[in-house]
Design a protein around this ligand. Structure first.
Ligand code: GLY
Ligand code: MN
Ligand code: MN
Length: 460
């Protein structure tokens, strides 16, 4: 599954490097793909390159380092890119898989030069020498940081008789990268549309497969079977398949309980297309019928979600989605008999955060290469950033009623409902990328009616 053809990706990455360096200014940028992590013995966790690195290179392998800077050539700024990569190695490739290698990487990934990774430390002083600034993120790997700082100090040492800084200024490029990543390009939106569409389809397959007696992991298998069969090789995050009161555990991933009739199932899952993920939550009755209490909670959460989605417009502060959701949810909690009105009304309940025991998370996050994607939420003064076209945010209010809270009406205890969609900011109305995943009670009823009909015809 390649929603962004490789030639297009190569051109996009070159343009992103150009835009990033235009933002950062002169200096050398270093960015690492990350290394494989040992799971145990000689077995590693499956590898996925760091999203910042992938965003700028499209290169999928571990142990690679991007080095790039701007140069003035005939009056024009050009970006020079060197990528250090794992060398070809017959034995390693027999055991662990193919490598692109330095010889092919340059041409395939549109680089000025690709070199074997074992030359990195000897090449670095020369690469660094012309620069007063080094754009690098410290803190990921202590040994890398130590060697880097030693190289910086040593490379400046020869200049000590001139009264110049002893090492280049170190600047973290992460915020500038996040500012680019938060606005999605057309090709990225295409990839996200595919991820959203496939994820929606898989959620429906899970609804159609569910029945009391199956385990949560069997629903997970159906859902992820749809992902894999369509060629998506990896989820954006571990699927949350939470039946009954497990839905009150926000990041529940044990997924090992048996589904029961009369209970809800909260399914929060998304898959990757071309490295971009979707993030959808739907909550529905295992046996197809909401109880009155479940329906009442569901309607409050849906109302909050629809109201919050309407806030996703250019110029609106991003936290308007949370403020709107909190208002509708708090009002709903009063109507459900969970919160008692106070003097000062709804505003006082909100100011006192009376909703917090039942709604303890935020209402959304940026979405893209990562499920909790790059991008700032507040400016330097702490003011919420405003939506701009090209941003993609999740909108995911919920209500959760602790099964052991004896102060709650008994019919609410253990109910957890979250509804989550992925929303693109356009120049006008919000565009819900995950709109094809059923979420009104009427749409869900249609799915369950179709499920019942197909089971009847299969059994008769
Ligand atoms: N699936 C994780 C989240 O919704 O943030
Ligand atoms: Mn989310
Ligand atoms: Mn989610």
């Amino acid at each position: 599954m390649e929603p962004i053809p490789r030639e297009d990706l190569v051109a996009l990455c070159a343009d992103r490097r150009r835009r990033l360096l235009a933002k950062l200014g002169d200096g050398l940028l270093l960015l690492r793909s990350g290394g494989e992590q040992i799971r145990n013995g000689d077995v590693t966790w499956s590898f996925r390159p760091g999203s910042d690195f992938y965003y700028l290179t499209g290169f999928p392998e571990p142990d690679a380092i991007l080095c790039c800077h701007r140069e003035r050539v005939r009056g024009r700024d050009v970006v020079r890119t060197v990528l250090f990569v794992r060398p070809r190695d017959k034995l390693q490739e027999i055991w662990h898989g193919r490598r692109v290698g330095a010889q092919r990487a340059g041409k395939l990934f549109g680089l000025d030069e690709a070199r074997p990774i074992d030359e990195f430390w000897t090449a670095l002083p020369e690469l660094l020498a012309p620069h007063r600034r080094l754009y690098v993120r410290l803190g990921d790997d202590a040994e890398f940081d130590r060697r880097l700082l030693a190289t910086c100090a040593a490379s400046a040492f020869t200049l000590r008789k001139r009264n110049v800084p002893r090492h280049p200024e170190l600047v973290d490029p992460t915020p500038a990268l996040a500012d680019l990543r938060v606005i999605k390009e057309a090709a990225e939106i295409t990839a996200m549309e595919q991820a959203a569409e496939l994820t929606s389809r898989a959620h429906v397959a899970a609804m159609l497969a569910a029945r009391p007696g199956l385990h949560e992991y069997e629903i997970q298998q159906v859902l992820e079977g749809v992902f894999r069969a369509a060629g998506s090789r990896r989820n954006g995050y571990d699927s949350i398949v939470a039946s009954g009161s497990n839905a009150c555990i926000l990041h529940y991933t044990e997924n090992d309980r048996k589904l029961r009739g009369g209970e809800l199932l909260l399914l929060d899952a998304g898959t990757e297309c071309g490295m971009y993920t979707a993030d959808i939550t739907r909550t529905w009755p295992v046996d197809g019928t909401f109880t009155n209490a479940q329906a009442a909670v569901y309607d409050v959460v849906l109302k909050a979600q629809l109201a919050a989605i309407r806030q996703v417009r250019p110029g609106r502060p991003w936290d308007a989605i949370h403020k709107t959701a909190v208002r509708v949810l708090t009002q709903g909690l009063v109507e459900l008999g969970v919160l008692r009105a106070r003097r000062g009304g709804l505003r006082k309940l909100i100011a006192d955060e009376a909703y917090k025991p039942f709604y303890m998370h935020g209402t959304g996050h940026w979405l893209g290469l990562d499920v909790h994607d790059a991008g700032a939420y507040y400016d330097a003064a702490g003011k919420p950033l405003r939506f701009r076209p090209g941003m993609v945010i999740t909108v995911e209010p919920g209500l959760y009623f602790d099964p052991s809270d004896r102060k709650l009406p008994s019919e609410l205890r253990g109910i957890g409902v979250r509804i989550e969609d992925d929303v693109l900011v356009t120049r006008g109305d919000p565009r819900v990328l995950t709109a094809s995943c059923p979420k009104t009670r009427r749409d869900l009823a249609q799915v369950f009616a179709a499920r019942a009909a197909s089971r009847r015809s299969a059994s008769g």
